[in-house]
Design a protein around this ligand. Structure first.
Ligand SMILES: Nc1ncnc2c1ncn2[C@@H]1O[C@H](COP(=O)(O)OP(=O)(O)O)[C@@H](O)[C@H]1O
Ligand SMILES: [Mg+2]
Length: 232
């Protein structure tokens, strides 16, 4: 059997529900699947929304494998470690609470953590808890890896949302965990592609959404120090 380099684990988490964790996970995972990578989505949320996304159309439209690992709790890290020898990339969609054993386990074995957030006060108020968890995980793991906030469902023309994003970027408490400039805007294609069990790349009239997820994919590849496309 030929050996394969250890795959990269990307934890997508936040204590809030409805902030775009599942949307970011599935769109990004599928983007890397389209780019030739062997991708797994690990759905650690008992609601199993990623599982449902990948399973539509019998999974025929989604270029990634699903692992419904939400029952593993503390042994999630061991299971993810085993899976990482079989896949290039594992995107981990976490449950909406920072005290979940699966989230903690995943953060301890990660190469990158992404914290999706919408820009309303109810959403951004949850950020300090998520950032504190990431900080604790890096200390406990005894290694450094990038942690980034991903602005989701962003409405560029709303002054309050722009101000909220600027406030996050300038927050001196967490200078090491900045928001990415590659935001996902509020676009119906990001939502509707779930109905087809696909990424926005399969959707008609989704040019702007595709441009955004491709740019986010490029940024993630850079943070992981991997090529944007596997086959080039
Ligand atoms: N970029 C976006 N544009 C439009 N709607 C979005 C976007 N991201 C998320 N949503 C919507 O917000 C809701 C919550 O998103 P979801 O990814 O399920 O969040 P979570 O996994 O954090 O609970 C869903 O209805 C989803 O379609
Ligand atoms: Mg979800």
């Amino acid at each position: 059997m030929s050996s394969k380099p250890m795959g990269k684990i990307i934890t997508v988490f936040n204590q809030k529900g409805g902030v775009g964790k599942t949307t970011t996970t599935c769109q990004l995972a599928g983007t890397f699947g389209h780019r030739g990578y062997d991708v797994m989505v690990a759905d650690l949320d008992a609601q199993q929304t990623s599982a449902s996304w990948l399973s539509r159309a019998d999974g025929a439209n989604f270029p990634a494998t699903l692992w419904s690992g939400f029952r593993y709790k503390d042994s999630t890290a061991v299971e993810l470690g085993k899976l990482a020898s079989k896949y290039d990339l594992i995107f981990v969609d976490c449950a909406p609470a920072v005290d979940q054993p699966g989230t903690w386990a995943s953060l301890l074995v990660s190469d990158l953590a992404l914290i999706p957030t919408k820009l309303s006060p109810a959403d951004t108020d949850a950020l300090p808890a998520a950032l504190a968890l990431a900080k604790k995980a890096l200390l406990t793991a005894g290694r450094e890896y990038p942690v980034r906030i991903v602005p989701t469902a962003f409405r560029r023309n709303r002054a309050d949302e722009k101000a909220a994003l600027d406030a996050i970027a300038q927050d001196k408490n967490y200078p090491n965990f900045p928001p990415l400039s590659q935001v996902l805007s509020d676009r119906v294609a990001f939502t509707r592609s779930m109905l087809y069990g696909a990424t926005v790349h399969s959707m008609p009239n989704a040019k702007d959404a595709i441009t955004e997820i491709d740019a986010l994919g490029d940024a993630v590849a850079k943070l992981l120090k991997i090529p944007a496309n596997k086959r080039t």
